[in-house]
Design a protein around this ligand. Structure first.
Ligand code: G3P
Ligand code: CA
Length: 263
């Protein structure tokens, strides 16, 4: 599928996912237990740890660029507060040049000082050849995001996901070629389920504490893929494997890979 239809089972992204060993290992914000989240070093390390998919977060800068960072503000994961002498510094009110000048590693451990907030373009270029990409849209316009993806050669290696199904619906109407995922928590109620099936969503990504066996049966019955976030213990991983969940998002891709390798 490349602009011709919206059946997720036909999409190269989901076909690639279906060919992987189960449960598929999704590195949450990169190998975030050991490296500063949403940085290139965390993403590179996730590959080495055995992840098959990389989860990361995207916001838009003041001058219309997509960058990889979790929070709306730069405060927690960069040195912006010290540099600018104030707090609550929004990604959306800061330019790309200003953000790229910040340190995004030292807050985690001094040895990571010098890491930067990556652009989406750099992540696509560097990581898409190595693993599948699970892009969580946190902020910014649909237009900017789609412009970043539409002409990139790796556009079929990326799935865009959001908790906001209105955002997902707008992506679907403007980009029939795009692989889409639905994030959620709490009860998978009838209204959300109807929208998930109508929008051609290929993967349902639910809070590990909330996903019920009945919901999983619905997902599987519709031939969609399932994923849970964020599972960080062996008890949770074994439960996911027993229930037949397709993919698991974790801060510890190395440990999940070790457990899966041991059978
Ligand atoms: O992708 C699932 C998970 O990342 C959603 O929560 O807060 O870590 O972005 P959060
Ligand atoms: Ca996320």
């Amino acid at each position: 599928m490349d602009g011709t239809g919206c059946d997720p089972r036909d999409h190269p992204f989901f076909r690639a996912l279906r060919s992987l060993p189960r449960p598929i290992i999704v590195a949450h914000r990169g190998w975030s237990a050991r490296f500063p989240e949403n940085t290139l070093c965390a993403f590179d390390a996730a590959v080495g740890a055995g992840a098959e998919m990389l989860e990361f977060d995207v916001h838009e800068t003041a001058d219309g660029h997509c960058v990889c960072i979790h929070d709306e503000t730069l405060d927690r994961t960069t040195d912006a507060v010290a540099r600018f002498g104030r707090d609550a510094i929004g990604v959306a009110s800061t330019t790309l040049a200003e953000i790229r000048a910040l340190d995004a590693g030292g807050w985690f451990e001094p040895r990571f000082t010098g890491e930067r907030v990556p652009t989406l373009a750099s992540v696509l270029d560097r990581l898409a050849p190595k693993l599948l990409l699970m892009l969580e849209h946190k902020g910014g316009s649909v237009t900017t995001l789609l412009e970043s993806l539409v002409s990139h050669p790796a556009r079929q290696r990326v799935m865009v996901q959001s908790f906001d199904l209105d955002f997902v619906a707008e992506c679907r109407s403007r980009a029939p070629w795009l692989a889409l995922g639905a994030l959620g928590e709490g009860v998978l109620d009838d209204d959300r389920w109807r929208r998930i099936t109508e929008l051609g969503i290929g993967l349902v990504h639910w809070n590990v504490h909330d996903l019920r066996a009945d919901d999983l049966a619905k997902i599987r019955g519709a031939d969609l893929l399932s994923c849970v976030y964020t599972a960080n213990s062996e008890v949770e991983w074994l439960g996911c494997a027993t229930m037949g969940i397709t993919a698991v998002t974790t801060n510890h891709p190395d440990r999940l890979a070790g457990l899966r390798n041991r059978g």
